[in-house]
Design a protein around this ligand. Structure first.
Ligand code: PLP
Length: 493
């Protein structure tokens, strides 16, 4: 007698519910361009729609009802980063094939901690990692693994560097105390905040991060980096790693990666590149040449849920010498009976049980191919430059610094145009543009985020979206200007 549990779903019901869900989602994707990016509801409205105060149910509910309610809740009350006018932060629009891949992956439910628990899935992950390394020009033999996103991919590089430098002081066993010198990490002032979290969580403390000044294009000054390395060494500290950024979060700035790589080689310091945003642009002929120098790094973080348009979550840590990952993460407890003829991902990363994030990436890489990705990324870059031009041609809007697929701009009413740079005027402009951003967020016509550069507050559009068209881009300046005029009129009486 087969066992029947409260989670039982017979084959016919599973089939019927699955078909119904796919129908609803196909309809949702079709309707999305004509809907608002978000309904702009506050926490109170969302909690009321959910029934947030309801207690844990004592008994079960019919699965068809639950699935319909969950779909309704999410389709009616979400923010849609797959909307063509979603241009905020850096979140890729999910490719439909990736959505199906996640469904397939969870149905198979392989545990990619160990090869024996996920034979085909582990090999698919290994192949996806090789393909991503190849896409960005890393040498053959590069190793790595999928993680949850950019923060974790960078943190894996960080831990690999720490283990490498710490070998001399047996740091994996003894930690940071004892005879070990103080470890230092070097990153430009534009580096994403992951580096603080990593330094904090790894026990170095955030003071271990040396923030290196940037030039007028917001790129790390390599001269200043060299000075910092040498003066720390002279003081008895140990440089652990240098972080170069291939596409900064605020403006898409690319550090002089070639020069940093040479300095790191001369100084014998681990060179890590944060390519979470821009790394995959190495595949596009329209990215700056400098970006392709990321292939010289010891470790690189890339983020398929950004510019490979994979559904969340998918980050990827790549390490030139895969033995470095094993040296940072492997332990061999007696209760694991895992073979050694293939990679057990538990040995080369921080997670134990691991899901099949790689499937969506692997399927999407096959669907689009290298050429398809190069074209999509180039098109996104071209759309950002188109937005710069549209902004430049608009009265009351000023374009700001932007590279790769980021465009920044701000609303400047004619009455304040002569005072830009003046403290009191800048304060007014910041308040005005913040409010434009808030109203746009709630209104749902489009979604942008912000960048603060040299004390100036800019609205910021980042195109990592396979649905965004030239028409969507052309609509942005007028959406921003209309809100700007409305707010300025309210404020100036
Ligand atoms: C340059 C850079 N690094 C790291 C991250 C963190 O990535 P995630 O949000 O996937 O953890 C981001 C996110 O935008 C980023 O732009």
């Amino acid at each position: 007698m087969p066992r029947t549990t409260p989670l039982h779903l017979d084959g016919d019901t599973f089939r019927a519910l699955g078909h119904e869900l796919v129908e609803r989602l196909a309809e949702h994707f079709d309707r999305l361009p004509d809907r608002a990016v978000t309904a702009g509801e506050g926490p109170g409205q969302i909690r009321a729609a959910l029934g947030a105060d309801a207690p844990l149910p004592e008994t079960g509910t019919d699965p068809a009802t639950i699935l319909r309610q969950a779909t309704d809740l999410l389709v009616e009350h979400s923010l849609f980063n797959g909307h063509p006018k979603f241009l905020g932060y850096i979140t890729g629009s999910p490719a439909p094939l990736g959505v199906l891949a996640d469904f397939l992956a969870s149905a198979m439910n392989p545990n990619l901690g160990a090869w024996v628990l996920s034979p085909m899935a582990s090999e698919i992950e290994a192949q996806a990692v090789r393909w991503m390394a190849d896409l960005i020009g890393m040498p053959g033999g590069t190793g790595g693994l999928l993680v949850s996103g950019g923060n974790m991919a960078n943190t894996v590089g960080f831990w690999a560097a720490r283990a490498a430098v710490g070998e001399r002081w047996a740091m994996r066993a003894r930690g940071l105390g004892g005879a070990a010198p103080r470890l230092r990490v070097y990153a430009s002032a534009e580096t994403h905040t992951w580096v603080q979290k990593a330094a904090d969580l790894a026990g170095l403390g955030t003071d271990a991060v040396r923030w290196i000044e940037t030039d007028e294009r917001l790129r790390m000054r390599v001269g200043a980096l060299g000075e910092a390395l040498r003066s720390d060494r002279a003081a008895g500290d140990e440089p652990m790693m240098v972080v170069g950024t291939a596409g900064s979060v605020s403006t898409g700035a690319v550090d002089p990666l070639g020069a940093i790589a040479r300095l790191c080689r001369d100084e014998e310091v681990w060179f890590h590149v944060d390519g979470a945003y821009g790394g995959f642009a190495a595949a596009s002929p329209d990215a700056p040449d400098e970006l392709r120098q990321l292939a010289l790094a010891d470790s690189v973080a890339v983020d398929p849920h950004k510019w490979l348009y994979a559904p969340l979550e998918a980050g990827c840590a790549l390490v030139r010498d895969p033995a470095r990952l094993r040296a940072a993460f492997a332990y061999h407890p007696p209760y694991y009976h895992f073979g050694t003829e293939a990679t057990n991902f538990v040995d080369i990363g921080p997670q134990n049980s691991r899901g099949f994030r790689a499937l969506k990436v692997w399927m999407q890489l096959r669907q689009a191919g290298r050429a398809g990705y190069a074209r999509m990324i180039s098109d996104d870059i071209a759309l950002a430059r188109r937005l710069d031009e549209a902004v430049e041609a608009s009265v009351d809007l000023r374009v700001g610094p932007g590279g790769l697929s980021i465009s920044t701009f701000r609303y400047v009413p004619p009455e304040l145009a002569d005072g830009e740079g003046d403290d009191a005027v800048e304060e007014q402009l910041t308040a005005l543009n913040r409010e434009i951003q808030s109203r746009m967020e709630r209104g749902g016509d489009a979604f942008v985020s912000n960048a603060v550069v040299g004390g100036r507050y800019y609205l910021r559009a980042c195109v990592v979206n396979i649905h965004t068209s030239a028409d969507d881009i052309d609509a942005i300046p007028s959406i921003a200007r209309t809100l700007g005029r409305e707010i300025w009129a309210e404020r100036s009486g």
